[in-house]
Design a protein around this ligand. Structure first.
Ligand SMILES: [Zn+2]
Length: 111
């Protein structure tokens, strides 16, 4: 259910950035592999809340970002293998998430 406020937020930002454009045609979103946001749910809410705005009918494009970790012990950067978040190089679990949780509006296209 938390996709609704997220989607409303995206719509507000998109409308604010559209200026005096007639229509918003495309919304480019970045979604991390580990983000808890479900693209289909965002699309579902989008179709409802964008009705009657200049963003109605805009295409939502999701660019997926792979999760990336950094190992504090050996400085290795790696992508997690399934659900295991250990460093594949030294086996340490002292790792930080560098990317993969993000969900953000990257850009909009208008006409
Ligand atoms: Zn390591």
């Amino acid at each position: 259910m938390h996709e609704l406020p997220i989607t409303q937020n995206i719509l507000q930002i998109a409308l604010r950035h559209a200026g005096d454009a007639k229509r918003i045609t495309r919304i480019n979103l970045v979604i991390g592999d580990l983000s808890a946001v479900i693209g289909d749910s965002v699309q579902f809410y989008w179709d409802i809340i964008s009705k009657g705005t200049i963003a109605e009918g805009a295409t939502l494009h999701f660019e997926r970002i792979r999760a990336c970790f950094h190992c504090n012990d050996c400085e290795n950067a790696f992508e997690p293998d399934g659900r295991k978040f250990e460093c594949p190089q030294c086996g340490s679990d002292q790792v930080n998430l560098v990317s993969g949780r993000e969900f953000q509006l990257e850009s909009i296209e208008v006409e």
